[in-house]
Write a protein that binds this ligand. Structure first.
Ligand SMILES: *Cc1c(COP(=O)(O)O)cnc(C)c1O
Length: 477
């Protein structure tokens, strides 16, 4: 048997070594999934083993298959950088072994959720009386808020889906922008509202909902309605036109939900806040901590103006659980889980460490770096930035404009593959309006202006390599 403290120290020492060395590492996993399966693959051990040795083996075998998401030149997907403060707070959550279900189970975890929730509403400039549920991410935040929406709007028609289910209920029409995040459709599926049973509203070149199309479709539709808008499109970073959407929603007495996984953080900066004007008038919002706030995974927030609607959707009763009395905030009454991690703790620690000015600085730095990168990429021949870079997201396509969409897609994928081989930066691909594009998301807290040269030079040289190769192939064929 190892000393329990030695096990913790072993874990700490490995974490320290990883963080010290990560920015010098190649910016991508060294081994792939198949290699990792092989590396870890063995039958269930018949006999227990020494815990310290298990942790060391985990690190030795596991590190080659880690993707360096905390690396300053990591721009894949849209992911925060697991700030050390959030990590330390999260370690304590595990070390303390708290189940954050309700006050009695953990007074500290419950109080920190209450305080962090108030701070979130303050920094995001959302209604102070709204309920904040701490969940795993924006997918579950969308699901949870839309569950509240489903119940509230059907009860207005005299039907309680939380008690009686959806069979026989008046049909709900859900209006979603054509470029909404895929997790919204999943959430609708979980809720019995159907992934495909939605009214998809036309969007513009940036992925913003066209309010006239929304208005027309809403006008044509009778019965209960939910409208889902977006703050921060996953590819372009664009914001839906909230003032117009709010008017349509009010007129139709529809519930308005906003998926703002990363984009809602724009509200923390005076120059970017205007992009979100009107968003505060919605009924519910989804936002992530593990993106711009840099908490470790996983951390998201579901925010609902009507606390009762959220409580009714998430209701859970047992003799050993507290009853809801008065307005007391009981953590597990606002989320789908009963036993749960104390996610409020790393959020509290990050908000306290960064403060209002620190969050403003993060948003400012990342948006400014994104704008500088896009301006320089756009000057390279054959490189085309496809979006208006208003926030932190850049999408790029490679190839001459007189080539086919398919040819440009192949060149773009070839550039991404070449960049992965070079290992200096990490970027990914995505489909955007029928084109295969490279997406660069500037959102890791370790990323700053010093990375700009490396990003532009790496992309430029990968593109030169791909072009040289294409020319060679053309000559030889
Ligand atoms: C990332 C993202 C999601 C999904 O969030 P998870 O935290 O991965 O569950 C949903 N919507 C938008 C706009 C996003 O950027």
């Amino acid at each position: 048997m190892s000393d329990p403290l030695d096990i913790l120290r072993t874990g700490f020492a490995h974490a320290e070594a990883y963080r010290k060395g990560v920015s010098a590492r190649s910016c991508g996993p060294e081994r792939d999934y198949a290699e990792m399966l092989e590396s870890f693959g063995e039958p269930l051990p018949e006999r227990g083993q020494n815990g310290e040795a298990v942790i060391s083996e985990l690190v030795q075998k596991g590190e080659p298959g880690l993707t360096p998401m905390v690396h300053p030149r990591f721009f894949g997907w849209v992911l925060g950088g697991s700030d050390p403060v959030g990590v330390a707070a999260d370690w304590l959550v595990s070390a303390w072994g708290q189940n954050a279900a309700f006050h009695e189970s953990s007074p500290t975890a419950s109080a920190l959720e209450e305080i962090a929730g108030r701070w979130l509403l303050d920094i995001l400039d959302l209604p102070g009386q709204a309920a904040v549920g701490f969940v795993t991410g924006a997918t579950v935040a969308n699901f949870t808020a839309l569950a509240a929406a489903r119940g509230a709007i059907l009860r207005r028609s005299g039907w309680d889906p939380d008690a009686d289910g959806l069979f026989g209920a008046p049909p709900i029409t859900v209006f979603v922008g054509d470029d909404a995040h895929t997790s919204v459709f999943s959430a609708l599926g979980y809720l019995g509202l159907g992934r495909n049973r939605v009214c998809r509203v036309r969007t513009d070149a940036q992925g913003r909902m066209e309010p006239t199309d929304l208005e027309r479709r809403v006008d044509e539709t009778a019965g209960p309605k939910i409208i889902i808008a977006q703050a921060g499109q996953i590819n372009t970073g664009a914001f839906d036109p909230f003032p117009e959407i709010v008017n349509v929603a009010r007129e139709a007495q529809a519930w308005l939900h906003v998926d703002g996984a990363f984009g809602l953080w724009a509200r923390a900066h005076p120059s970017y806040n205007p992009l979100t004007t009107g968003v505060e008038l919605a009924d519910s919002w989804a936002v992530d901590g593990h993106k711009w706030l840099q908490t470790p995974f996983d951390s998201g927030y579901t925010i609902v103006r009507d606390t009762d609607a959220l409580r009714q959707a998430m209701q859970i009763d047992a003799s050993y659980l507290p009853p809801q009395t008065g307005e007391d905030r009981i953590p597990c009454f606002l989320v789908p889980e009963l036993s749960r991690r104390a996610r409020g703790v790393p959020t509290w620690a990050m908000l306290k460490t960064l403060g209002r000015d620190g969050i403003e600085e993060l948003v400012d730095r990342h948006c400014s770096v994104a704008k500088q990168i896009s301006a320089r990429l756009d000057r390279i021949s054959g490189v085309c930035v496809l979006n208006e870079v208003q926030l932190n997201q850049i999408i790029v396509e490679f190839g001459a404009s007189d080539t086919t969409n398919e040819q440009r897609g192949m060149l773009t994928e070839a550039v991404i593959t070449r960049i992965r081989d070079l290992g200096v930066i990490f970027v990914g691909g995505a489909r955007w309006k029928g084109a295969w594009v490279m997406r660069i998301s500037v959102i890791c807290n370790a990323t700053g202006p010093t990375e700009i040269d490396a990003v532009v030079n790496t992309i430029s040289s990968a593109w030169a390599d791909v072009r040289a190769n294409t020319v060679k192939t053309e000559l030889s064929s």
